[in-house]
Design a protein around this ligand. Structure first.
Ligand code: NAD
Length: 429
């Protein structure tokens, strides 16, 4: 049992601007009172187990050499190997990667996967570089972080601006150095390299599964129920298709090209085809284009933010006329907006559970790689549904027991699981 915990302000914390890591620290403080005797360990969540900063030097196509800063943070390895994506973005910082890795610890714990939390990133604007340059950046970064990743140590996956091709290069680089093909070193791989069936649509399917469960609890009949979706990409598009298939009406959608409204329900299949052909929903037929701000005021039963973080704020939380919000995106609701929505009785199914379908099928990919035995898509979707529904019902009963929001309940469950493991393992030496 720790008698004393170091309270020195770590170098990466700026008291003026807390940033994403500061937000995570506040979330830990908020949940600590609900952790019983485990709260004595809660400060361990505030210290990522390992944070690695690497230099990624590459020769550019014009013959010059450029340097990029890369990161891999393993927030918690108490419950199993680290798990989390790799982001390529010019604004990536150590603080952001630390927070994202911590939220991965929460996400894997809330759905009960035997993983910890990790995340990686490179400070690079990938749009400014050729495919060859991005491949060299990816391979050098993989080599630099290979000291701490491993099939049973830490398993990266795709995130913002990385995809199945990036994972193929990471797998190949790691395997070349290991002297043997190691498919389980990353997830989100192309199917011919050991990727899993069902992975591409897993996050949207998970959003749909918990959306259906939340609607049932709220007494909403989904036949003819209204659905609004911000973001019509992988997550939003899949959720739209699945709700449409059970007879709900997608009445409003918004993406970076426009906002569409049709109170009788948009033609989802036609809209998916339009997005595929043109890159966005803007200009699609059989819908009225409305102003971007009006999207939030559309009367709806379920609102699914599935685009960017920080979309529901104190500016628009009052206008929202949805009964349930299912967070497909990561961090779409600011803490102030969360408080406003709670006080107005809007049910918010939090991101750490609602969009955990992706990491769940990534776990299935890793299991299939380890056994070299591959499952049918029906089996994958069935197992995904079981895990998502178990996690949803655990979160709901924790919320009822403590009279707290679903988000706080999800954090209570996750932090309890992480800290139970921490306590059982004890401190070494
Ligand atoms: P995507 O790139 O396929 O789609 C993103 C969508 O957001 C697009 O429709 C785009 O037009 C829209 N968008 C971008 N800028 C916008 C703006 N300013 N206003 C309105 N819409 C805008 O991405 P995705 O994989 O569907 O991811 C969506 C969200 O879900 C992200 O927050 C991501 O972190 C989160 N998420 C994704 C996964 C996954 O497995 N794909 C897993 C967990 C969380």
């Amino acid at each position: 049992m720790p008698e004393q915990i170091t309270q020195n302000m770590p170098s990466y914390l700026d008291s003026e601007n807390p940033g994403p890591w500061g937000i995570f620290l506040e979330q830990v403080d908020r949940v600590a009172p609900y952790l019983g005797e485990l709260s004595q360990w809660s400060d361990t969540l505030k210290y990522p187990e390992r944070s690695l900063i690497v230099d990624v030097p590459v020769r550019l196509d014009d013959g010059t050499i450029a340097h990029f800063e890369g990161y891999r943070v393993q927030h918690s390895l108490n419950r199993g190997p680290g798990k989390g994506g790799v982001r390529f973005h010019q604004d990536v910082t150590l603080s952001e990667v630390m927070a994202l890795s911590a939220w991965m610890s929460v996400k894997t714990a809330v759905v009960g996967l035997p993983f910890g939390g990790a995340k990686g990133g490179i400070r690079i604007d990938p749009r400014k570089y050729s495919a060859g340059e991005i491949e060299r950046v990816t391979r050098r970064y993989t080599h630099e972080i290979s000291a701490i990743i491993g099939v049973n140590k830490d398993i990266p996956g795709p995130d913002v601006n990385t995809n199945a091709q990036t994972m193929a290069w990471m797998m190949d680089t790691y395997s070349m150095c290991a002297g043997a093909t190691q498919p389980g070193i990353v997830t989100g791989k192309p199917i011919p390299l050991g990727g899993s069936l069902g992975r591409v649509e897993a996050t949207g399917r998970g959003v749909f599964i918990v959306g259906v469960a939340a609607a049932k609890d709220a007494g909403i009949d989904l036949t003819g129920a209204r659905i609004s979706i911000q973001g019509f990409g992988n997550v939003g598009g899949t959720a739209a298709r699945l709700f449409n298939e059970i007879g709900s009406k997608v009445v409003a959608v918004q993406d970076h090209t426009g906002t569409l409204y049709n109170p009788n329900g948009l033609d989802v299949e036609a809209l998916l085809a339009h997005v595929k052909a043109t890159g966005g929903v803007g200009g699609a037929a059989n819908a009225t284009a409305i102003a971007a701000d009006e999207f939030w005021a559309v009367e709806t039963d379920i609102l699914i933010p599935a685009a960017l973080e920080g979309q529901i704020t104190k500016r628009n939380a009052d206008k929202i006329r949805a009964r349930i919000i299912v967070e497909g995106a990561n961090g779409p609701t600011t803490p102030e907006a969360d408080d406003i929505l709670n006080s107005r009785g809007v049910i918010v199914v939090p991101d750490v559970l609602a969009n955990a379908g992706g990491v769940t099928v990534s776990y299935f990919e890793w299991v299939q790689n380890a056994s070299s035995f591959y499952w049918s898509v029906e089996e994958i979707n069935q197992r995904l549904e079981t895990i998502m529904l178990n996690a949803y019902s655990c979160m709901s009963s924790t919320a009822a027991e403590h009279n707290v929001s679903l988000r706080t309940a999800a954090f209570i469950t996750a932090c309890t699981r992480i800290l139970e493991a921490r306590q059982l393992r004890g401190l070494y030496p």
